[in-house]
Design a protein around this ligand. Sequence first.
Ligand code: FAD
Length: 391
Amino acid sequence: MTSPVTDMFGYFDELTPAEQQKLRDLDDYLTANVRPHLAQWWENAESPAHLRRELAELRLEDDPALLRADGTLSPRYVGFKHFFFARCDLSVGTVYGGQVGMFRTVVREGGSPEQVAELDPRIVSFDLTGCFALTEPDHGSDVAGGLETRAERSGDTWRLNGSKRWIGNAAISDVMLVVAKDAADGRAKAFLVPREAEGVSLRDIEGKIGLRMVRNADITLDNVEVPESQRLQRIDSFRDIASILAHLRPVVAWNAAGVQAAAYEAALAYTTKREQFGRPIASYQLVQEKLARMLGNATATLAMAARLTDIRADGRGGDEHSALTKMWTADRLRETVALAREVCGGEGIIVDNNVARYFADAEAVYTYEGTREINALIVGRAATGHSAFVR
Ligand SMILES: Cc1cc2nc3c(=O)[nH]c(=O)nc-3n(C[C@H](O)[C@H](O)[C@H](O)COP(=O)(O)OP(=O)(O)OC[C@H]3O[C@@H](n4cnc5c(N)ncnc54)[C@H](O)[C@@H]3O)c2cc1C
């Protein structure tokens, strides 16, 4: 495999040889073990949780050949990892990335040095699996000010009460990182709650049209006791949560770039093969214009993801940079997958042909990690100096 076809400006080529090789290994693994089963898993809404152990063995996170002098991975490599998962399947990417991206990042950024030293190796090896539980039934976009899940401290024990909604991978996680409001000071705190703790109940959300292989759950917490030692010690407000989540924003753009790459490649393959009126449909001008638009969208999304990643790594780039990237790349994604579905004609709505899956999964990207509209309002606030948020 050389650079992905939608990487027209050669970002992949700027990775180190070890990083490129690791991503080729990942792509080979996905081709052999995942791609042949996707249609069936999607149709059955089956979570491929068993892949996590095998993926851990690929050492995507901790191969010494990848680690820089400070022991971290290069942000561009991390971005391309998400890109390659998304180019195969966004649900599979979420089953893996929810653990090593979302869960691991919140623990690493929010835990005390002792907590990180204890938990991080177990998270990377998937010996300890987890998810992140913030959204609530009555508070999605306004969860920052609306958090209703309560944590009450008595001695060294906290008691949690409340509900969470949409929590990805919850049913296949050992622990859930639950964000709750401290009843004493009204500030947000984060707790590691075992999935099987007394007072925890989970129910899978059924009937999703996107990310069907990810198990999203409704969670109820009824007087759940958590020791102080299981509270992440460096999270003491919603501002702390927001700044940790900001580290994850570029991931959405890499996901959008990966799904668009897959959609473009599928559209190109189909239109060059399919003949109507005696010629391949790819030879018609109207079809070529759509292919060019898809390629432009996918290329620009990848470029924006890479640039956002770079400036965040340098400590530059504010909320508005992340928000603009999320909003704009989600728009481009929606357009690209719709065009890919369109040029595949009737075949484009059959799951076996992949573009239907990309089309449906794009809707989840559009909504999670801050909806397109909420991100537009963050950009608008930065541009005008006027906040359109009521709260
Ligand atoms: C597939 C999937 C996976 C998810 N995984 C997780 C997870 O693992 N953990 C977790 O904590 N959460 C998760 N979420 C939740 C996600 O973050 C929320 O869905 C998202 O924040 C939007 O909240 P909501 O769905 O309640 O929509 P709402 O906030 O109710 O919004 C509904 C609509 O109103 C619009 N709207 C709201 N306020 C305004 C306003 N002021 N101006 C203009 N328009 C507005 C929104 O943009 C949207 O179009 C997931 C969601 C999905 C779909």
